[in-house]
Design a protein. Structure first.
Length: 399
């Protein structure tokens, strides 16, 4: 069982999909397995998303466009997110009102017998195959057990700190660790401390969302923050767990696909694999390709100025990439809040205003809110059709 001893919260986790730990030889493994810095980074990312959702829904974050970016938070809005995540939830703050160390100490430990089970090879999973083109990819095998421990260094607001711990529990449910984590690699099945457990994932997300709304209202009142209309004229300027819809499309949604193998879910992001399932051939003109909307699945770092490269690139010099807004995790029956492939879709406006598609010729694509919303809709429809083709049963978890 997972435990909470005083101010020490132990999350017992077991890898449910391969977790990439390196792609070089000789391989030097971290003696603790999962790196504590990765846990902290994932924790803060989801905390920002929840806080941003509350701020957006209450009218305290709207964003502003620029020449290169469709929408991004203003300096004042970014500081609001930073303040609530760092000072209120206690995850560490460095901003206009000074600095404060995180009220939590995080560490990890391998709890299996013998050495950590690692395989270095190519694999049928897309991300591993891609990395293995030039390197030897090494990863922890499914079933590798770890403890993730969060200890309170000091307590200043027990309600906010408990909310932060619940966000960590959700992060372990909706994200993977390491390279390919957004596409389900490095997912873990978790046993949760009793203080942060829930009947199901929907209840836990609802609980955290409502707590963040209450905390934001409290801070906004104390600091006399001014708010704009909470009517939705644009998507949020950063990934946000919001309850609102933008032009009929949910700003945030969490789905679960059951009765499906991880490999099938992971390989959706490879066009040839999508085509095999949807059209019975590795080459097809799927909906995303025919509308030149496959950029919505993520824009990796590209080689600017290389005429031989094909695909989507970002012409703006200050923007190197844009990660996929569709996050995948995969859980097996030992997971505290249920098994299946969990799919989180976050609609936000932080996309380059221009993208270039290169093939035999080049074509410039200008993004606006209408095209952005339609691309999200097209991607989710195609993903859902793909999952149904491989026999998955898809249902909504949240909101």
């Amino acid at each position: 069982m997972s435990t909470a001893l005083g101010n020490r919260y132990v999350f017992k986790v077991t890898t449910s999909t391969p977790m990439i730990v390196g792609w070089y030889e000789p391989l030097h493994l971290d003696p603790h397995g999962i790196r504590a810095t990765e846990v902290k980074g994932l924790w803060r990312w989801w905390a920002r998303a929840f806080v941003a959702g509350a701020l957006y829904d209450l009218g305290y974050v709207q964003g502003r466009g620029s020449v290169d970016v469709l929408l991004k938070p203003t300096r004042e809005e970014a500081e609001r997110v930073n303040y609530v995540v760092g000072r209120v939830l206690g995850l560490g703050y460095a901003g206009e009102e000074g600095a404060e160390a995180s009220r939590f100490v995080v560490y990890t430990e391998y709890i299996g017998r013998g050495s950590m089970p690692v395989r270095c090879s190519s694999d049928g999973l897309q991300r591993i195959r891609l990395l293995a083109l030039k390197k030897s990819v090494c990863y922890y095998l499914q079933g590798t057990p770890f403890n993730i421990v969060a200890e309170k260094r000091v307590s200043r607001d027990s309600y906010a700190e408990l909310t932060a711990l619940k966000i960590l529990a959700i992060a372990l449910q909706l994200s993977g660790f390491g390279s390919g984590g957004r596409r389900g690699l490095g997912s873990v099945d978790a046993e949760l401390p009793s203080e942060v457990s829930a009947k199901n994932l929907r209840q836990l997300i609802d609980d955290v969302y409502q707590s963040c709304v209450e905390l934001v209202k409290r801070v906004a009142s104390e600091k006399h923050w001014s708010s704009a209309s909470s009517a939705v004229a644009a998507p949020p300027p950063l990934p946000a767990l919001s309850r609102k819809n933008f032009r009929g499309f949910p700003v945030a949604q969490v789905l679960v696909a059951r009765d499906v193998e991880f490999r099938d879910v992971h390989n959706f992001f490879v066009r040839s694999e999508r085509c095999r399932v949807l059209a019975g051939s590795p080459i097809c003109n799927d909906d995303l390709r025919s509308h030149l909307d496959a950029w919505i699945l993520g824009l990796p770092r590209g080689r600017r100025g290389d005429r031989r490269s094909t695909g989507y690139t970002i012409p703006a010099r200050d923007i190197s990439r844009r990660a996929s807004p569709i996050l995948i995790s995969y859980h097996r029956q030992g997971n505290a809040l249920g098994d299946g492939a969990y799919i989180t879709v976050l609609l936000s406006g932080d996309w380059p205003s221009k993208i270039v598609w290169s093939d035999a010729t080049s074509q410039s694509i200008t993004l606006d809110f209408a095209r952005l919303r339609n691309a999200y809709d097209r991607a989710l429809n195609e993903f859902t059709a793909y999952l149904q083709k491989v026999g998955a049963k898809v249902s909504r978890v949240w909101p």
